[in-house]
Design a protein around this ligand. Structure first.
Ligand SMILES: *Cc1c(COP(=O)(O)O)cnc(C)c1O
Length: 409
């Protein structure tokens, strides 16, 4: 059929113009598709959707998602990547891909809360049991590994209370027992340490690294996405098959947002780190504060393990995310600490972290742990995510809020 024979409505859909090839710009193009067009039935039948040799359907990948996957592999030192709509979806995808009825999964007691809830809810309903291990006692992890243990989650440091585990020893224990390790690497982001090369000689790494791209890779507080990265083709295929059967695709605009932010991630991470450490050190000297939980500060729970894993980079300064918690002295009541949070002007009340705006959340840590936490001082815990504002302004904000909330009255 000749183009002149068709109606305008048809010609506008089947338009013949193809722009010249060879366009290059700093950012990759954004390709949007549910449908992907094949040149022939033969191509349709033979094209492989499980790898990156071609395109079959939007859910299975576009040039935009392939590019993001490859760049994230470079960031974390992995070989294969699956993109999902949130960090939590990455945790769920890994669990559903690897676990079957009768299996057990081990989770650190200080793991990201909604990931524990997924184990208590969906995994339990599907006949998978879980146990919570002490992240600060590798012997406790070792003792809990049984013939039913199929997967061990790791997190460095743990969420909210920020204990840094002996990750190298934990991975060695799992390796020796033939158990798969999956690290929630949201905090490290591929910048604080190398999840697939923990010892620097290529001899030890985790099997799977999961990230909430929602945090530093996005950097804006404006997009949700997650990744599950591996170096093992067999493991990757299991995760990929489950990913496809669950229909866990990501949108092109969201992928573009992360691609746009990735080139500046190392600079941002360093800036968040510097500001957070300055504020955490200053808070250590404040009389209202009983304890500062920041793994890079001497004396914090697991500091020696942070130093061993993340301490050598940046000319010996080490690397850490811009995230820390404090425990207010037990003489201050919960309502007083709530009043402190409400008095902050620059730190906003909100979940998540990794964006330009500083955030604060008070937590009831006692209700979040299955065991006693003797390494934590009594008192009310508050977590700060330090953004990209001036450190002096943030320090003044903390100071004025403490004066407001804790002034003798
Ligand atoms: C935020 C976070 C997640 C979940 O990411 P979402 O994209 O919000 O689902 C998982 N793990 C850790 C450690 C996180 O901080």
């Amino acid at each position: 059929m000749n183009a002149h024979d068709t109606d305008l409505t048809t010609r506008i859909v089947h338009h013949p113009y193809i722009p010249p090839a060879g366009f290059e710009a700093p950012q990759p193009g954004v390709f949007k598709a549910s449908t992907v067009i094949f040149p022939s039935v033969a191509a349709m039948r033979s094209r492989e959707w499980k790898d990156k040799s071609g395109y079959t359907y939007g859910l299975h990948g576009t040039p935009t998602t392939f590019i993001l996957e490859e760049r994230l592999c470079t960031l974390e030192g992995g070989l294969q990547c699956v993109l999902v709509p949130s960090g939590l979806a990455a945790i769920a995808n890994v669990g559903l891909a690897l676990l079957k009825p009768g299996d057990e999964v081990l989770i650190p007691d200080n793991a990201y809360g909604p990931g524990k809830d997924f184990a208590k809810g969906e995994l339990a309903r599907f006949g998978v049991t879980h146990a919570l291990y002490d992240p600060l006692a590798p012997a406790d992890l070792a003792a809990r590994i049984s013939s039913a243990t199929r997967l061990v989650w790791l997190e460095a440091p743990g969420s909210v209370s920020m204990e840094f585990p002996d990750l190298i020893e934990q991975v060695r224990i799992c390796r020796a027992r033939g158990v798969i390790t999956a690290l929630d690497n949201t905090w490290g982001a591929g910048l604080a340490f190398q999840p697939f090369d923990l010892t620097g000689d290529g001899s030890l790494g985790v099997d799977i690294s999961v990230q909430a791209l929602t945090k530093y890779p996005s950097g804006g507080g404006d997009v949700l996405m997650g990744s599950a990265i591996t170096r093992d083709a067999g493991l990757h295929m299991k995760i990929k098959l489950t990913h496809m059967r669950l229909g866990l695709g990501v949108g092109a605009n969201d992928a573009e947002t992360v691609l746009r932010a990735l080139p500046s991630i190392a600079l941002r991470y360093r800036a968040h780190d510097g500001a957070a450490r300055a504020l955490a050190s200053w808070l250590q000297g404040q009389p209202a504060i009983a304890q500062v939980l920041h793994p890079a500060l001497p004396g914090a729970p697991g500091h020696v393990h942070w130093k061993a894993l993340c301490g050598a980079v940046n000319g010996g300064e080490g690397a850490a995310a811009g995230l820390f918690s404090v425990i207010f002295d037990a003489r201050f009541s919960q309502p007083q600490v709530d009043a402190f949070c409400d008095s902050l002007r620059l730190f906003k009340l909100g979940y998540s972290w990794g964006g330009p705006m500083s955030l604060v959340v008070p937590y009831d840590i006692g209700s979040m742990r299955s065991r006693q936490t003797p390494h934590l001082k009594p008192g009310t815990l508050v977590r700060f995510s330090v953004g990209l504002e001036s450190v002096e302004d943030l320090q003044r904000d903390l100071q004025q809020a403490m004066q407001q909330a804790f002034a003798a009255r």
